[in-house]
Design a protein. Structure first.
Length: 844
């Protein structure tokens, strides 16, 4: 018997004007940090609360998904057997009614009856008789309902499939209703695959190409639908931008509950972003049920890691919940002298009044160290081996001098207040302070090259940076009706502020390192800084969305207006440019843009859901025209058609989409004065994406994906050398990518407790950036990587070992040597070599 529940059942309440006034005053400054008192008449008996009416808008769909939607809308606890709802479709429920009436309508015509077992609780059973003896709980479903917290769409998962998600709409929307391509990687999938970084997490998702960058610094380097994810602008955490520069923080996958990849323009809800989409991460949250996990790991390159994950209630009534996730890692990498050390501590506390007010406090501390070398390898001495072949473990830096260390502290909250039976107010806020100690190494030659047969000349740059970031989002959401239409309305405001200060000082000498016999004896001599700057960004956006439901039709209308003030301070008086008469300068620019989305979908009774959508985006651009006017933002425009299929009564989801995505206002040389710039360029990407994932039954789980991406420059002016980019492909974006992961949890008595998984990842050939002097692009071969994992529950050996398990996972097990296009037209980055790690885990 499956038990589906909202983590925190909430009785309906009436709230007086005084309570609402206090709420608005408290939250108007986006600073609510205490529970807002309920208004007069908030306390009711449970029976009275159960009899109150509320608005429902649940379309006909697979019955299991409809029950999930009912739980999210009502807060009720529903128990039923998984077999009972398999293959059945719900009736549509729309309008204002009691929760009991809505539930009975939902199952009408399915041959299922409802038994009210207690206020806010019901059981489903076949026919008119009681479901005798059906009392076995389905653990996955209980975990999905409880561990994520009430109405937490990011964790509404069963195995590999997330039924609901908020990243595409900022509302708890069934994934099958989203008019945009979306992949969600659940915690279960990450655990099964042994994910160690964000690149690993999204490795099997379609339409996204992560550049493997051993020894890299800051946020990952990714391409979505042919467009590079810029800095932290396209990475989100707990519904808020992760930051404003790529060096602020590192994402620790152990601290995540899920990772979502939203493909296509997404500015309509999040503001400025690259047109290809965004990656949204949800951190672990407090839990209603007590649990704990201790994990010890050891792996390749002397990787040593210890981690804990604890959660549960702090009081008997479960009004106060906590979560503590922490780890310590001491690890080398495949690159000599390059570390991957981390300290991560993330406490969280939830205060739940059980009367419609819920506050979750989130904090995080990180200290992360990696090697400071860029590791850009010349094509001629890596891929082509025309001269010496540089080993993939060769460190192009100075041990003990060049490294990348960031220390960041974050505090924030997620607040939710039910205003009445229709409207709910939500507010997220996060503040981050980060300090970066970064001494980088770079190839002294330009273009980068090996010199004297087998030497590289390496310079160093000292570039400390501090940053402060404040991001916040507030919205109100409710369902209203106009005749036969149910409108799920959202109105919100988003704010972001960033202050970054950085200096850069180059060495005036360089190291001369022998590739065959490295000698890193080098004492840098620094001159004056060549840059000392500060940037201030203040951004605000207002947005509105209407998700309209009529029978089985769903129309999504969204719009957003953004304003941004950007100030850039160059303190030339502190740099070597002071000797040339340069004075301190400040450049200020104001940018604004509108973005929108229109989506149309239809839910068939058999589980198919086709959709069409049109969406736009914008992305700020630095620089100015010849007359001094600042550049306008680039714009993105996409047409997409898709089809999802969720077989009734299964834990499977199939998705297919085709798209055309165009970026305009791209900076290009001025046709009349090629040494200057204008905005007449255009890049177009077209493609197909396929994905299948879920539970196949009998312990089998599957993730499969394929993407075809054709991204090229369609408009560009010739540069001073007469070279145009028209017809060139976007660097690092292959035509074809594919992935297949299969996992099996053995059910037989002899192999019970054993889980094994295996996967293949294919990335087709891609091109480097165009050489602006010759117009050529170098081809980098594609590759296929083999991954696998296994775990065993030691309680199968002896009951006294209950809670203990052993696990092992590995990536690129055949140790394939491969390269990915680098930052420059004649450079590449070495791919990740074979990596294996084992773990001993104790859970209770």
């Amino acid at each position: 018997m499956a038990l589906r529940m909202a983590a925190s059942p909430v009785a309906s309440r009436r709230r007086g004007v005084a309570g609402l006034t206090r709420l608005l005053l408290t939250t108007s400054m986006l600073g609510c940090a205490v529970l807002v008192p309920a208004g007069a008449g908030a306390q009711q008996t449970a029976p009275a609360a159960a009899a109150e009416t509320r608005a429902f808008a649940i379309p006909a769909q697979p019955l299991a998904a409809a029950i999930d939607a009912f739980i999210g809308a009502s807060g009720w606890q529903i128990s039923y057997s998984s077999a009972l709802v398999a293959g059945k479709t719900s009736a549509a429920v729309s309008g204002r009614m009691t929760a009991e009436e809505a539930l009975r309508r939902l199952v009408s015509g399915s041959g299922i009856s409802v038994r009210i077992s207690a206020p806010g609780s019901a059981a489903l059973f076949a026919g008119t008789g009681a479901a005798a003896g059906e009392t076995v709980l389905d653990p996955l479903m209980v975990e999905a309902g409880r561990r994520g917290g009430r109405n937490d769409p990011a964790t509404a998962t069963t195995g590999y499939v997330a039924r609901n998600g908020s990243v595409a709409t900022k509302t708890d929307t069934p994934v099958i209703e989203v008019p945009q391509s979306l992949s969600i990687v659940t915690r279960q999938e990450m655990d099964d695959r042994g994910v160690t970084d964000l690149n690993d997490a999204i490795a099997y998702a379609p339409g996204i190409r992560a550049i493997d960058y051993p020894g890299g610094q800051g946020m990952p380097l990714m391409y979505l639908r042919g467009f590079r994810a810029q800095s932290q602008r396209d990475f989100y955490r707990d519904g808020l931008r992760n930051g404003y520069n790529p060096y602020d923080s590192f994402v620790e996958p152990y601290g995540l509950e899920s990772v979502a990849v939203l493909r296509g323009p997404s500015s309509v809800l999040y503001g400025d972003a690259a047109p290809g989409g965004l990656v949204s991460m949800t951190t672990k949250r407090p839990t209603e049920d007590p649990f704990g996990e201790i994990r010890l790991e050891y792996g390749s390159f002397d990787r040593k890691q210890g981690a804990i994950d604890l959660g549960g209630p702090l009081d008997e009534d479960r009004h106060i919940l906590y979560r503590l996730t922490a780890l310590k890692r001491d690890a080398d990498t495949q690159i000599d002298h390059s570390k991957d050390d981390s300290v991560y501590i993330a406490p969280a506390l939830t205060l739940d009044s059980r009367e419609g007010t819920r506050l979750t406090l989130l904090a995080q501390y990180q200290n992360w160290t990696q090697g400071g070398s860029e590791q850009s390898l010349p094509l001629d001495d890596s891929v082509y081996s025309n001269g010496i072949k540089i080993p993939s473990d060769f460190y192009m830096g100075i041990p003990g001098l060049t490294d990348w260390n960031v220390e960041s502290s974050t505090i924030g909250y997620v607040f939710e207040q039910e205003i009445d039976d229709t409207w709910t107010f939500r507010n997220n806020l996060r503040y981050t302070h980060a300090e970066l100690d970064y001494v980088s190494a770079f190839n002294w030659e330009w273009p980068i090259a090996v010199v004297d047969g087998h030497y590289v000349n390496v310079g160093v740059q000292n570039r400390p940076r501090t940053s402060d970031t404040l991001v916040a989002d507030a919205n109100v959401n409710g369902v209203v009706e106009t005749g036969p239409l149910a409108h799920d309305l959202t109105f919100g405001v988003n704010y972001g502020y960033s202050r970054i200060r950085e200096t850069r000082t180059n060495s005036t000498n360089n190291a001369h390192i022998d590739i065959l016999n490295p000698n890193y004896d080098f004492d840098p001599v620094y001159g004056l800084p060549w840059s000392d700057d500060k940037s201030l960004i203040s951004q605000i956006g207002v947005y509105a969305q209407d998700q309209i439901r009529w029978d089985k039709w769903i129309v999504t209308l969204s719009g957003r207006q953004d304003w941004a003030d950007i100030s850039e301070y160059d303190y030339y008086s502190n740099t070597l440019y002071a000797a040339y008469g340069y004075d301190d300068t400040v450049t200020k620019r104001r940018q604004n843009a509108f973005s929108g989305r229109v989506g149309l979908g239809y839910l068939f009774d058999n589980g198919f859901a086709p959709y069409l959508s049109y969406s736009t985006s914008f992305e700020p651009v630095s620089g100015s025209y010849s007359d001094g006017r600042p550049f306008d933002p680039t714009t993105g425009e996409q047409y997409e058609a898709g089809l999802r299929y969720q077989p009734p009564g299964t834990g499977l989801m199939f998705s297919a989409s085709v798209f055309q995505l165009t970026q305009q206002n791209v900076v290009t040389p001025d046709a009349q004065r090629p040494t200057l710039s204008t905005q007449e360029g255009e890049v177009r990407s077209r493609g197909l994406e396929l994905e299948a994932k879920g539970d196949l039954g009998d312990g089998w789980s599957l993730v499969a994906s394929y993407a075809y991406t054709d991204s090229e420059v369609t408009k560009d002016n010739p540069n001073a050398s007469g070279i145009s980019k028209v017809g060139t492909r976007t660097q690092a974006v292959p035509y074809h990518t594919a992935g297949l992961w299969v996992n099996h949890d053995f059910q037989t008595a002899t192999l019970a407790g054993l889980r094994i998984g295996a996967g293949l990842r294919y990335v087709g050939s891609s091109l480097t950036a165009m050489d602006t002097g010759t117009g050529t692009q170098a081809n980098i071969d594609g590759y296929t990587l083999f991954d696998a994992s296994a775990s065993y529950d030691l309680s199968q050996v002896h009951p006294g070992l209950a809670g203990l398990s052993l696990g092992v996972s590995g990536t690129n097990l055949t140790d394939e040597e491969y390269y990915t296009p680098g930052f420059y037209s004649n450079s590449v980055l070495a791919g990740k070599r074979r990596t294996i790690k084992g773990n001993l885990t104790y859970r209770w």
